[in-house]
Design a protein around this ligand. Structure first.
Ligand SMILES: [Zn+2]
Length: 221
């Protein structure tokens, strides 16, 4: 089995040190002196193919970025659990006062596929194997996964998954509103939210319409 060594990353690091950092050194120093004040929060998937800063050609300091399996936002809950996603949203909205939250789903999402395939067997954590975190996390979308199975089984599997990936983005927007500080910021006009879906096949972004549930291509120059 081929081993991945940290030293394999050193060429990329050398490129950062020799070319990228010098080009942005002033910006990095400013971000240290003044602190970060990103206007955008990006919520996207852990998937290695979906790199939001690359897609939007963003610089350091532009985006407060949260990545988790399936780009999910859980509903507001007071259950004493460890809510890393909710903590990041709270910090972004109440402290950084971001003006825009973008939730970005994507095609071929492994988390969404796991939810779709395990629709009838969302599991509790398995004490014996120590596994089950992904299925438990993805059980958040059981309702919309059920809906796809029941109402859209005539579509191809890829189209069903695409629909679930996109509906999942809209569910995350809905769940964002369950946080009072998010709803307050939306009501006062200080915050906007956008749901998007990245098409890996074509390298394009589609934007969701919460009213129609449809996603449409946007123009880029
Ligand atoms: Zn994904």
């Amino acid at each position: 089995m081929r081993k991945v060594k940290f030293s394999n990353l050193l060429d990329g690091y050398a490129n950062f040190r020799q070319k990228i950092y010098p080009k942005h050194e002033k910006l990095f120093k400013e971000l240290v002196d003044k602190g970060q004040s990103p206007e955008i929060m990006m919520i996207s998937c852990c998937d290695s193919r979906v790199n939001s800063t690359q897609i939007f050609s963003a610089k350091a300091g532009d985006m407060f970025t949260l990545r988790n399996v399936g780009n999910l936002v859980p509903p507001y809950e007071l259950d004493g659990g460890y809510h890393g996603t909710s903590a990041a949203i709270e910090y972004a909205v109440t402290e950084l006062k971001v003006k825009l939250i973008i939730v970005m789903g994507h095609s071929y999402c492994g988390g969404i596929k796991a939810a779709y395939e395990n629709n009838d067997a969302f599991a509790e954590l398995d004490a014996e194997t120590g596994k089950g975190f992904t299925r438990q996390w993805m059980s958040m979308i059981k309702e919309i996964s059920d809906d796809i199975h029941e109402c859209h089984h005539d579509l191809s599997e890829r189209d069903q998954l695409k629909r679930l990936e996109q509906q999942n983005v809209l569910l995350s927007l809905k769940n964002l509103r369950s946080f009072k500080f998010v709803q307050d910021a939306l009501d006062s006009g200080e915050l906007e939210m956008v749901g998007s879906w990245f098409d890996l096949d074509r390298g394009i972004i589609l934007i969701g319409n919460e009213e129609t549930g449809e996603f449409h291509r946007i123009k880029s120059t």
